[in-house]
Design a protein around this ligand. Structure first.
Ligand code: ZN
Length: 155
């Protein structure tokens, strides 16, 4: 039995970042069609050809973004983890570093909430408890007690 995977392997990180780059290129390609369209607004020379190249670039951009998203998911969760290989046991191991990151971030968020609460507590300190000494046995009782906890005498 091998040790639990603590880090996402280097080749998966490469796939992840390559996917991110593809998404960026795809988005730029997609957006560039609008720039071309605006730059040539009202210019009808070669309109047809521009429309075609624009449509091609927009489509190519969408496909690149889609492939990039797929690669990013693959890099983050691994072959089995993203459901490409049907191997639940390997999938669990593949996803482990990724889901642990998610869990870690939830933990961070929770500790932040805890910190905010502690700051709030400091600003509003609890009221000091008032103790009442029993007349009969001198034992200390809460101010809300009606009878002494030590000897039972009425306070
Ligand atoms: Zn008492």
């Amino acid at each position: 039995m091998d040790a639990p995977q603590r880090q996402i392997p280097a080749e998966r990180q490469v796939v992840y970042y390559a996917g991110m780059a593809l998404i960026a290129i795809g988005l730029l390609l997609f957006l560039s069609t609008f720039v071309t369209f605006l730059a040539n607004f009202g210019n009808f020379d070669g309109h047809e050809a521009r429309m075609q190249s624009g449509a091609l670039r927009a489509f190519g951009g969408i496909v690149l973004t889609w492939i990039g998203g797929f690669m990013r998911n693959l890099g983050a969760k691994g072959l089995a983890g993203s459901g490409i290989l049907l191997d639940p046991e390997q999938g669990r191991r593949d996803v482990e570093p990724w889901s642990r990151m998610g869990g870690g971030m939830v933990q961070d968020a929770l500790s932040e909430v805890d910190l905010v609460q502690r700051i709030g507590d400091r600003r509003d300190p609890p009221e000091p408890e008032v103790k009442v000494r029993c007349q009969a046995c001198r034992a200390l009782n809460d101010e809300t007690d009606r009878f002494c906890g030590q000897c039972g005498a009425a306070i």
